[in-house]
Write a protein that binds this ligand. Structure first.
Ligand SMILES: [Fe+2]
Length: 199
């Protein structure tokens, strides 16, 4: 080997060993949350005042309350801060506030039907809403999208084991169980769900 080639090889080898261990050792530890259908009822209304609290008047509450909380992490297990969760769902009677949902009955005026939350430094989010009602033939579910750095990264749905899980769900994925969460009763007519989202 000529000296010039030896020097080049030496520099290349040196550069390899100089790479930080954190880069070399980084490997995925979490499975990405499967995508799910957006469906036909994405909110059409003004979203300027969207909030993580969808219950507009606790004096006129008509349904089981759901405290939906959790964490958004990446596939390396790191919390994702500043991610926006855009959520929409049915009321306790299984109806959307959308012109294409022709289910009968007046909609709740004290329920927002959709909302947004931004994850904190630790990747956590929290919504206060109703436990969604099911509409035939689908199991009860909540729709959501996730945006990171203003970019849309996931559209999916949350299903509840105590409400039939994904049974009857038309969309099938190898990781179907990752779409399911549990409802835990924490008070009279109040339930809590902890749901992790991996993006
Ligand atoms: Fe839906």
């Amino acid at each position: 080997m000529k000296r010039r080639d030896f020097v080049k090889t030496g520099i290349a080898a040196g550069a390899m060993t100089a790479l930080p261990q954190s880069v070399l050792a980084r490997e995925a530890v979490a499975t990405r949350t499967p995508r799910d259908a957006e469906g036909p009822f994405y909110p059409l209304g003004n979203r300027d005042n969207d909030s993580a609290d969808l219950l507009l008047n606790m004096q006129t509450q008509r349904g089981d309350i759901l405290l939906l909380k959790g964490t958004v992490i990446d596939i390396y297990g790191q919390p994702v801060s500043g991610a926006t969760l855009d959520l929409w769902q049915t009321d306790p009677e299984g109806r959307y506030l959308h012109p294409d949902d022709t289910s009968p009955g007046a909609r709740h005026t004290d329920f927002a039907y959709w909302g947004k939350a931004v994850t904190g430094q630790d990747g956590t989010y929290a919504f206060r809403t109703y436990v969604p009602g099911a509409y035939a033939p689908r199991p009860a579910h909540i729709h959501y999208k996730v945006f990171r750095d203003g970019r849309h990264v996931l559209t999916s749905q949350i299903y509840f084991r105590e409400l039939g899980g994904t049974k009857g769900h038309s969309f099938s994925t190898r990781d179907q169980d990752l779409l399911e969460a549990s409802l835990t009763q924490v008070g009279e007519g109040t339930f809590e769900t902890d749901f992790q989202i991996v993006i």
